[in-house]
Design a protein around this ligand. Sequence first.
Ligand SMILES: *Cc1c(COP(=O)(O)O)cnc(C)c1O
Ligand code: SF4
Length: 364
Amino acid sequence: MQSSTEWLDWKFHMKNLIRTQADLEPWIQVSEREKKGIELTKGLYEWMVTPYYASLMDPADENCPIRLQSIPHPSETASPPNAAVDPVGDMKYSKTRRVVHKYPNRIVLLVSDTCPVYCRHCTRKFHTTATEGTYYNESFDLSYEPDFAYIREHNEINDVLLTGGDPLTLTDSKLESIISQLKAIEHVKVIRIGSRYPVFLPQRITQGLCDLLAKFHPIWFSTHFNHPREITPEAASAVDRLIRSGIPVQNQTVLLKGVNDDVETMRALNRQLLEIRVRPYYLYHADNVTGVSHFRTSVSVGLDILEKLTGYETGFSLPQYVITTDLGKIPVNNTYYAESNGNQLIRNFRGDRADITRYLALEE
Ligand SMILES: *Cc1c(COP(=O)(O)O)cnc(C)c1O
Ligand code: SF4
């Protein structure tokens, strides 16, 4: 076993990534289904797990939420009708090798195609996890200059979200170079980093990295906790370092069958996020991405979970539920207010109903 100093060093984890069934065996009893998943996805989808993330696995339960998210599953090779490699249309909105410009004032900049753990449910599975696949158009330039030129030419862009893959896979100096060039563009006001390192390898969020980022405020950080089991003391201290450096941290969860598609798991997740000062931001409906179908639920599952949390939990612990489509992120909500035959009707979280037409009427 490793020493505790090694455990605290993210480089130790990256040198000891788990990539085979044999590497997994010290951590868990690898199940028949997992063996089959590893075998069937060989040459099709990448997989690897950090020792830190493996340490969160339940050794005896193949349905452990950590194992489901990180170990290949035989269903990844299924090809359901309607599934697509890019259902959200990133390719359609791609402007340069790295820029996806879908919304008026903000873009994503795909700065990496690797992650320390490959989520089996990745929405960009074809880009990150497929061994042959990538979103990057081969004809685009490798240099960052065309990406920066596009941003310079579009002065409506005030917000740049670094994602991928995981941007923190880059070295600190590469990140610094990218961010400083973005900040040199006058109309770019906000930089966001989308990273799952706080979940997969919180040790990567060093004080040095936080100090570097803090030079470029305002920096915002979005991460991706899906289950309360991922909220560990290590994750809490990584988040604490970010927040103390003035970087607000918000969370994006994907609604995943068998992982978090029930109200008590979601309640615990959102409560524990508040305890580490992370604000729940989006709850994504699982996209119909090729290789991800076994994680999908119906929209009514997400709406039902929110129905059971709204009013019972504080408003700022509730993420906005969205379906991502090639038309953009579509907010999906339960209805608490309706107009009918000129009347304004409400209900509360307990189901009490009232007609508040008179109360809302404006004075003549
Ligand atoms: C999600 C997303 C964004 C950011 O959306 P916000 O709602 O501002 O968080 C920007 N561009 C693309 C292409 C996206 O998918
Ligand atoms: S961290 Fe993000 S980009 Fe990487 S595999 Fe997971 S969902 Fe995909």
